[in-house]
Structure formats: C-alpha cells, structure tokens
Design a protein around this ligand. Structure first.
Ligand code: HEC
Ligand code: CU
Length: 343
C-alpha cells in the first residue's frame, strides 16, 4: 500500500491542476488519481476489500512476529546454559491448529474476494446503465456515445469523457493498436483494452467532479502522457454537453483561410471535423474547444499551447503520432484561429 501511494504521488503532469474547475455552470473539484477517496460503488468496494485484507494480513504479521520476538527473548541463551534444550517431536494439537487456522483464513479471504469480483466484474450491464465505448490509441483516448437523437448514430469525442452523476456507466473497452489499460482510481479500473477483443468495466460517479487517471499498461513512448479525465456532471449538464458534441462543426466564414489550410494539408486525413473531414486516425476536432486540455491531458488548452502544438507536437509529447507539418507562422496563425472556432 505504501509503495502504491509513493508511486501514485509521483504520477506526472496532473501537477498544475487547479483545485476547482468551472465547466457549464457547476463547479467541479479535480479529484487526483489515488484510491483513498472512492467516489462510487466500484472503487468503494475495492477500497473496503483492500482495507479488510490488509487488516487481516497485518493481524497475521503481528501475531507471527510477536511470537517470534517473544521466543527469541524468552528462550535466549542464558549464563550457565549447557547442551541443547529439551527436544520435542510431534504435537497433534499444534499440527491441527496450524492447518485449520490458515485454511479458515484463506477461505475467508477467498469468499470476500469472490463477492467483490462478482459485483465489479460483471458480464452484463447494471440496471439503467448508459453505454460508452472507449478506444485506446497510442497515446490518447477515443469515446463513442450513442447518438442522442439518431438511434443508429454515434457521437465521437476525444480524451475528455463526460458522464452523468449517479448513473451506472457500462464501458466497452477496445484498442486500435496495442494493449492499454483504463484506470481512474477514484471510479474504477484498471481493465485492459486489448486489440481484437472487447473488455468491459462499469462504474458510477456519485459526486460531480473531474476524475483523473492514467493509462496503466505500458504502451510505448508516450504511455506516461496518456492521461485520463472523466468529467462527472449533473445529468442535465451532461445531456447539454452530449447534444453539443452531436452538433456539426461551427462554420465561421471569417476563418475560411485557416479552414482551407486544414483541408488541403494532411490534417484532414488524420483528423475528423464533422462536415469538413473524416480522418479517423487521430482525435476528433469537431468540438475541440469544448475541451479544457490538449494531447490527452498533457497541457491546458489555450491559444498558445494550441499554436505550439500544431507547430511541433513533438515538443510537448515527444514520439507522439502527429508530425510537425512545418507551417509558416502565418499559416500557423490561420489554422490556430480556425481551430479556436470549433466550440
Ligand atoms: C499523421 C496524422 C496526423 C496529422 C497529419 C495531423 N495530426 Fe493532429 N494529431 C494526430 C494524433 C495522433 C494526435 C494525438 C496525439 C496524442 O495526444 O498523442 C493529434 C492531436 C492533435 C490535436 C490535439 C487534439 C486533442 O484533443 O488533444 C490537435 C489540435 C491537432 N492534432 C491538430 C492538427 C492540425 C491542425 C494538423 C494539420 C496542420 C494536424 N493535427 C495534423 C495526428 C495527426
Ligand atoms: Cu499506456
């Protein structure tokens, strides 16, 4: 446990996080990626079990070490001791005790564990669950929501997952390349996203907040830069957000120069902007400016970070799968201004 705390304490990049963030209306506290403040039933059960099992193990440790220390002190060699102490062989009561007691302990641990696994590792969605598909990419996250009005459609968003508070979320986990792992300690996880296989997890956020997490399966260069962000908000705000994401991109004539650079360069083959381009290799940019961070939570999203990202993504995220297209300063400004209109 102490090791885990130490590891989590040094997790990168969430450092500059403000304590409170304001999105549409409600103030949302930022919840750091550690498991000591569970915010829903899944993480809560995991935490209770960890304390219980840890407590039992601590009890065993204290008893065993206590007997050991007692024996060392009590039966130490004394002045005038001669030869060996009395030698005993065999004792049915002791044999019985050290067989039965550990069996009971292991049985208890197994029962507790099985109960928790049954609750959290479900094969069917919990009642009233909302379904989202999460797709891991090197090194960012894609989320696909059922379209709010078109029953066959989907709403595709990147990196910032929004969910309504109090509603169970059933997440289908897929991967576009290698194995990743979805882990937001205050909510749930960690569960791997495997190529050619669909895994599942569920969670429920009981309090509004921005829950941080981290890809938990080494997936290459920027594994450490593959941060997770779940925005749990009141249901009405969540619905408004989803409706916004489902809308087509804003078409602002004043930035048509930037838009045509975006369309004529490779940007549009990698990125989708609904109604403009349909690249599916990289994060959907239709509503880029509705996000608060860029590059999977690596930096706050504002004009400066956006412009320097487009100039050369390798500075912020070395090794990431977006190349620098070596735009001139004027082109950079135009494209940046275009992206800034994608609300
Ligand atoms: C070869 C494919 C490719 C091309 C071409 C490309 N990008 Fe990207 N882009 C990516 C990938 C991959 C990411 C995700 C990087 C990461 O977070 O690891 C990304 C991320 C971004 C992001 C951040 C999105 C977010 O929500 O984090 C923006 C903005 C962006 N690209 C804009 C552009 C613009 C503008 C161009 C053209 C000048 C462009 N990209 C060209 C692949 C590409
Ligand atoms: Cu990873």
């Amino acid at each position: 446990m102490a090791l885990l705390v130490a590891v989590l304490a040094v997790l990168p990049c969430h450092a500059a996080e403000p304590v409170i963030c304001t999105t549409a209306g409600t103030e949302l506290p930022v919840v750091p990626p550690h498991m000591f403040e569970p915010a829903g039933p899944v993480s809560d059960e995991v935490q209770s079990m960890a304390w219980l099992l840890g407590g039992i193990c601590l009890g065993i440790f204290v008893v065993v070490e206590g007997l050991l220390v007692y024996s060392i002190v009590k039966f130490r060699r004394r002045e005038g001791d001669r030869g060996e102490p009395v030698q005993l062989f065999g004792s049915n009561p002791i044999e019985l005790a050290w067989t039965v007691v550990p069996t009971l302990i292991v049985f208890t641990l197994a029962l507790v564990t099985i109960r928790v696994i049954r609750d959290i590792d479900r094969t069917t969605p919990p009642e009233g669950a909302m379904c989202v598909t999460a797709i891991g990419h090197q090194w960012w996250w894609e989320y696909r929501y059922p379209h709010p009005t078109d029953p066959t459609g989907e709403v595709v968003v990147a990196n910032e997952m929004h969910v309504p508070v109090g509603v169970p979320i059933w997440v289908r986990l897929e991967s576009a390349d290698v194995i990743h792992s979805w882990w937001v300690p205050a909510l749930a996880g960690k569960t791997d996203l495997m190529p050619n296989q669909t895994n599942r997890l569920w969670f429920r956020a009981d309090t509004p907040g921005i829950y941080l997490g981290q890809c938990a399966e080494y997936c290459g260069n920027q594994h450490a830069g593959m941060l997770l962000r779940v925005v749990a908000q009141p249901e009405a705000e969540y619905r408004a957000w989803l409706a916004g994401q489902a809308a087509p991109a804003v078409d602002d004539r004043s930035v048509s120069a930037g838009r045509s650079i975006f369309e004529s360069l490779a940007c549009s083959t990698c990125h989708a902007v609904k109604g403009v381009s349909d690249g599916a290799f990289a994060p959907d940019l239709t509503h880029l400016m509705s996000r608060t961070t860029i590059a999977s939570g690596m930096a706050e999203l504002d004009r400066d970070t956006l412009r320097s990202w487009i100039d050369d993504p390798q500075v912020l995220k070395p090794g990431c799968n977006m190349p620098s297209l070596k735009l001139s300063p004027a082109e950079l400004d135009a494209v940046t201004d275009y992206l800034l209109t994608l609300k």
